[in-house]
Design a binder for this molecule. Structure first.
Ligand code: HAM
Length: 435
């Protein structure tokens, strides 16, 4: 018998799901503020959905197998191909731009490291049908607002933003051939992780010799919009090619969010389908891997569903956010999950406890009581462990008089309340309104 979860998989205890729920609540609240609707898709997909367009990195991490019907299938490692297929299949049914979000659990057989597991929940927010830079800015703003909603400011979270159209133009201007672009992107992507010598060797392996290789690595080190525009001045149509990045940056400035944003040409993203703006969010110390990654993928809907629709979006995982929240505030407190604990003084009080608990639950009050006869002190102990704000003691005297004792578990004070009034007037709960 295997007694532990598989490596990279989590047993989520209630304290873990409580924190997760907090994150999901922010994801949903931001989606709602931006007018996005929730959708869903299958956790198991045809293998070829990913092998077609996602790129080697993710395909090498797939959990895949043959099902009993002989189909090659994979647990979904990302949501974007499913979304592209779903939208392409019914494109004419939806008013553009389509604003959709979802929170799937995803599976990747990755080498485990801090912030990376073999399953995670990933908030996906995508905007389909709008090719312009305001759509890019819209999804980046939503990603920033999630982090703001979780209490992170520009001193602790940074957006690193680039544009594949810009990188492509600069690389080709530097002498890289069309068929060498993949290798050049890979080197640019690794500029902060690997040494220049190692990258130069790898470029050489792809047929990119010095001095072109040096120029490629110099490009990867360009930071800041002004420097990017300066570099673009040197290439044909450079000014035009930089427009998307400039306008997206300008829109984020108008929203008051640009202080979160760094233009950074080393961001290219591992997935093959991106065609325009690309971005990642990191914690400012870069102590963990990316919090979020996304960009524009204008060709994916055509490739997977034959429909020409531009799209932009991002994926944001729960794992890094959880780590950041935990390291910021220590162990998160477990919220109270009870409003009132009903204490039966004797076993003949149980029927009244059952009647009253059900009447209170019916009006939305969170109630628990002992499932077997126990001493009053023991019942009060459980009430306090549960974080119940109130306890109601019901004994033979209370049933006789029709008045119960409501104890405030925080202060220890008690008040007499008529049983019939408990569901009428919630003053005894500390002024709480019924939901
Ligand atoms: P991705 O960069 O592969 O993009 O993943 C997005 C985010 O998901 C990462 O930044 C990270 O927070 C989280 N993530 C990815 N893999 C793991 C893992 N093994 N463990 C924990 N967290 C992980 C995509 O998946 C794109 N489909 C996103 C997208 C949506 N692009 C456009 N729309």
């Amino acid at each position: 018998m295997q007694s532990k979860a598989l490596p990279g998989f989590r047993d989520l205890y209630p304290a873990d799901t409580a924190l997760l729920q907090k994150i999901f609540d922010v994801w949903r609240a931001v989606s709602a503020r931006y007018g996005f609707e929730e959708y869903g898709g299958p956790p198991l997909e045809p293998l070829e959905l990913y092998t077609a367009k996602s790129g080697e990195e993710i395909v090498g991490q797939l959990y895949h197998f043959e099902d009993k019907g002989g189909r090659a299938v994979a647990l979904r490692p990302e949501m974007t191909p499913t979304l592209a297929r779903m939208v392409a299949a019914k494109a004419s049914d939806f008013k553009k731009p389509i604003r959709w979000y979802t929170i799937p659990q995803l599976f990747r057989y990755e080498r485990q490291q801090r912030g990376r597991l073999r399953e995670h929940f990933q908030f996906n927010l995508d905007l389909i049908g709008e090719p312009g830079p305001l759509a890019d800015a819209e999804v980046i703003a939503a990603a920033i607002d999630v982090m703001r909603g979780l209490g992170f400011g520009p001193e602790s979270v940074r957006v690193r933003m680039s544009d594949r159209r810009v990188i492509r133009a600069l690389l080709m201007g530097a002498g890289v051939e069309e068929e060498q672009l993949g290798a050049a992107y890979a080197a640019v992507d690794k500029i902060e992780r690997d040494s220049r010598d190692a990258l130069t060797d790898r470029l050489k392996g792809a047929g990119i010799e010095r001095p072109i290789a040096d120029r490629v690595l110099d490009l990867a080190e360009i930071r800041g919009l002004e420097s990017v525009l300066g570099a673009l001045d040197e290439v044909t149509d450079g000014e035009l090619i930089g427009d998307g990045l400039t306008e997206c940056h300008g829109a984020l400035a108008n929203m008051g969010l640009v202080e979160f944003v760094d233009v950074d040409l080393s961001i290219v993203r591992g997935l093959d389908y991106y065609t325009g703006i690309v971005f990642e969010l990191f914690d400012a110390n870069r102590s963990v891997r990316a919090i979020c990654g996304g960009g524009r993928y204008d060709d994916l809907l055509r490739a997977l569903g034959g429909i020409d629709l531009p799209a932009v979006g991002f994926g944001m995982g729960d794992v890094v956010i959880t780590e950041l929240l935990r390291s910021r505030s220590g162990a998160p407190s477990t919220p109270s999950r009870l409003d009132v604990y009903l204490v039966a003084v004797t076993s003949s009080d149980v029927p009244e406890v059952l009647r009253l608990s059900h009447a209170l639950r019916d009006i939305g009050i969170r109630v628990e009581y002992a499932l077997k006869q126990q001493a009053v002190a023991k019942q009060l102990k459980i009430a306090s462990v549960r974080g119940s704000g109130r306890a109601i003691l019901i004994g033979p005297d209370e049933r006789e008089s029709g008045e119960v004792v409501v104890r405030n578990m925080d202060t220890g004070t008690e008040e007499q309340v008529p049983i019939t009034a408990l569901t009428e007037d919630l003053a005894w709960l500390g002024g709480r309104e019924t939901p």
